[in-house]
Design a protein around this ligand. Structure first.
Ligand code: PLP
Length: 382
């Protein structure tokens, strides 16, 4: 049977070049903290990977700390904030559509008595700038806003947001896990104090990510132990993971324009095809400030998990913002935050494209979806 993986915002397969580099890198077994030749070899390659990851996000002379992924990097930032909060600055702002690892880090601080304020977004998922300006005050410690959303692809006006945050003297964290490699991300130009990336969203291995910290900003380790990463993240270096991340970052930097062009052409074709062939659907996310690979569609009258299962039987792998059939009636917090009603949110499917998706695949999806939706709408119970 045909198989079309179109869920690249969930994770990506390894690029062939990354896989080849990883296999090669498994030979590099030395402990990068050791002084002998094996250790030095591993260390040199890790530092090269650090440069490649730094180049992808315009890190300049900032610090790049390797972590176990985007989640750990984001947790490290929130942990640091809990350490530096004091009477003069204690308030934390996040948007209502952040990734669960930011949402729950914020909730954790709230549960521990910190002052956390969740800012609303508009119908396209853009942070409401007026609300941000109203919320910012001389007590604001730190603001965390994702550069682009994983579910609907909406890209925030980060430069504008950062300049407002800086005017109040607060710190700015950007979760750029979905943006890196898809659109230009430059930590220095964006005036980020902290910025998060993850390897497995850019065709690198799972279980490795990085936190950028601007030179001089506070940073405390989440994982305590040895002196690795200048004491900012203990634990023996994940040689192959880090080296694979470096390779993936190098490729992403070189191909970012080609990526945006190719993905948006295919994505637009899919959007047009579905809109023409299926009545009464809604495209979620911003109409043009959106990741080139992301298309989130609501099919009211059909339930997300049922749609996914039917698609899966036809070999199409995507994802949904609904969890109706699994018993938890909680639809996606992102779609709800954009003001979507439960029916629209439950009937939503995210298509996220990546290298490997062809025009033929898109045509197949456009042919396959209309009967699936028609059948489910006819027997809808949700
Ligand atoms: C995937 C993702 C993360 C988490 O990264 P992991 O490496 O999987 O821990 C964080 N933020 C966003 C926006 C993501 O899409």
């Amino acid at each position: 049977m045909r198989k079309i993986y179109i869920d690249y915002n969930a994770t990506t397969p390894l690029r062939a070049e990354v896989k080849a580099a990883l296999i090669d890198d498994f030979e590099i077994f030395g402990n990068a903290s050791s002084m002998h030749a094996s250790g030095r070899t591993a260390r040199a390659r890790i530092e090269k990977a650090r440069e490649d990851v730094g180049a992808l996000i315009g890190a300049g002379n900032g610090t790049i700390v390797f972590t176990s992924g985007g989640s750990e990097a984001n947790n490290t930032v929130f942990q640091t904030m809990s350490r530096i909060a004091d009477k003069s600055r204690s308030e934390i702002l996040v948007t209502s559509i952040e990734h669960p690892c930011v949402m729950n880090s914020a909730q954790n601080l709230k549960d521990n008595g910190f002052n956390v304020n969740i800012l609303p977004v508009d119908e396209y998922g853009k942070l409401n700038i007026d609300e941000l300006e109203k919320a910012l005050n001389s007590n604001t410690l730190f603001v965390s806003v994702m550069a682009a959303n994983n579910e609907i692809g909406t890209i925030q006006d980060i430069k504008k947001i950062t300049s407002l945050v800086k005017k109040k003297g607060a710190l700015m964290h950007i979760d750029a896990v979905q943006a890196a490699g898809k659109i230009a991300v430059n930590a220095q130009e964006l005036q980020a104090d902290y910025l998060t990336v993850s390897a497995h969203k850019i065709y690198g291995p799972k279980g490795v990510g990085a936190l950028y910290a601007r030179k001089g900003v506070p940073l405390f380790p989440l994982v305590h132990g040895g002196h690795q990463e200048d004491g900012l993240r203990a634990g023996t270096y994940n040689n192959s993971g880090i080296l694979g991340f470096g390779k993936a970052a190098e490729l992403a930097s070189a191909e970012i324009e080609k990526y945006a062009k190719e993905m948006s052409v295919l994505r637009d074709k899919l959007r047009l095809g579905l809109t023409e062939k299926i009545p009464n659907i809604k495209i979620n996310g911003h109409p043009f400030d959106v990741l080139p690979n992301t298309l989130n569609v609501s099919f009211p009258g059909a339930e997300g998990e049922a749609i996914l299962l039917s698609m899966d039987m036809q070999g199409i792998e995507a994802s949904t913002g609904s969890a109706c059939a699994s018993g938890s009636l909680e639809p996606s917090h992102v779609l709800i935050a954009t003001g979507l009603g439960p029916e629209m949110a439950h009937g939503s499917i995210r298509f996220s494209l990546g290298w490997g998706i062809t025009e033929d695949d898109i045509n197949y999806i456009i042919e396959t979806m209309p009967p699936v939706i028609a059948r489910l709408r006819a027997m809808s119970t949700c």
